[in-house]
Design a binder for this molecule. Structure first.
Ligand code: ADP
Ligand code: MG
Length: 325
């Protein structure tokens, strides 16, 4: 058996061979990467950390974990309508284990290739398993959170609730038949960053974000940034069939408050609604209108900004959404 690789062997053997695409003047190996920003576009950058035991189970398949780490970051680029260009990886591992590193690097670089993003640098340290990915993309038409207006339609890019419903399966708290297990694994570990949908919304949507902490919590951020309230029609929420299969009558609650689906929530001026549906037809997702933005009621400071109605009656979620602190 080969000895456990040291820091520089890890970088050389597992990460330095990553293929480099657009704008990479100098990739892994020097003190910094040198990157050429595309002319006339803005750079969009974002970072996310995944901690073992908090964002994924200790002992999880390293290829799946790597794929998820990159996908959740790509989702942030999608939410800004930015084209993926480059990423860095800060990897903290408890030990230098070839099998784990091979799985991790394969999962990471396979995902990177699929989305056309280049690994251009990173940092490798010893400690409790923690994965930090920082992504950079470019955009000529950013989708921000603060552009919404009263009367705009609220959309989601696709079905919700699957990842939250899958979580007990992923954590091993619940056993299901193999087909359902596979669907749970892909719902949780392989969310689809909505890059094409975002591109289709360019020039039409007034605001957007990706749903990582739950629809109600995340739509609340658009409302806060745009100083508006939202009213949602809960019977219009696209509930993922896997959520229904796994959670039955709790599926709607999970679709409203469960995180980790990484669909987009976006707003559209009424005059643009038909154009959005047309442009998205036949694409990676079929966006659904779930409500409307309304002017903030004066003196409503303490009331939730997002109000939900089910069959005409006000509907309240049992829990608002995920928060670390
Ligand atoms: P420095 O000592 O200047 O911080 P390092 O020795 O940490 O440099 O890294 C050497 C090179 O390898 C740098 O180009 C760095 O970006 C890259 N690198 C280190 N760790 C990783 C990793 N996990 N993935 C990709 N590139 C990495
Ligand atoms: Mg370093």
């Amino acid at each position: 058996m080969r000895a456990a690789p040291g820091e520089f062997e890890i970088i050389r053997e597992y990460f330095a061979g990553a293929p480099c695409g657009e704008g990479v003047v100098l990739g892994i190996g020097d003190d910094c990467a040198l990157l050429q920003p595309p002319a006339g576009e803005q750079l969009a950058t974002s970072v996310d950390t995944l901690v073992a035991g908090r964002h994924f189970p200790e002992g999880a398949d390293p290829a799946l974990v790597a794929g998820r780490a990159l996908r959740v970051n790509l989702s942030d680029l999608a939410a800004m309508n930015a084209r993926p260009l480059w990423f860095t990886l800060a990897l903290t591992i408890p030990e230098s284990d070839r099998t784990w590193l091979r799985g991790f690097a394969d999962g990471l670089l396979q995902t990177a290739r699929a989305y056309g993003i280049s690994l251009v640098g990173g940092d490798t340290t010893r400690g409790p398993l923690t994965i930090t990915v920082q992504v950079t993309g470019a955009t000529a038409a950013p989708l921000r959170r603060d552009g919404a207006r009263a009367g705009d339609a609220v959309f989601v890019s696709g079905p919700l609730g699957a990842a939250a419903a899958a979580l007990p399966v992923i954590l091993g708290e619940r056993t299901v038949e193999p087909g359902c297990f596979q669907r749970a694994v892909s719902a949780y570990y392989a969310p689809e960053p909505q890059l094409q949908t975002a591109a289709a919304l360019s020039g039409l949507a007034s605001s957007a974000l990706d749903i990582s902490d739950g629809l109600l919590a995340d739509l609340g951020h658009i409302c806060a940034a745009s100083n508006l309230d939202a009213e949602l029609v809960m019977e219009d929420l696209p509930v993922d069939p896997l959520a229904v299969e796994l959670a039955g009558s709790r599926a709607l609650e999970l679709a409203a408050t469960g995180g980790d689906d990484y669909q987009l929530c976006f707003t559209v001026p009424p005059a643009m609604v038909d154009a959005v549906k047309e442009r998205c037809a036949g694409g990676e997702s079929a966006p659904v209108q779930i409500g409307t933005l309304v002017a903030r009621t004066p003196g409503a400071q303490d009331r939730a900004r997002v109000r939900c109605f089910l069959n005409g009656e006000e509907w309240q979620a049992a829990r608002p959404g995920y928060r670390h602190f």
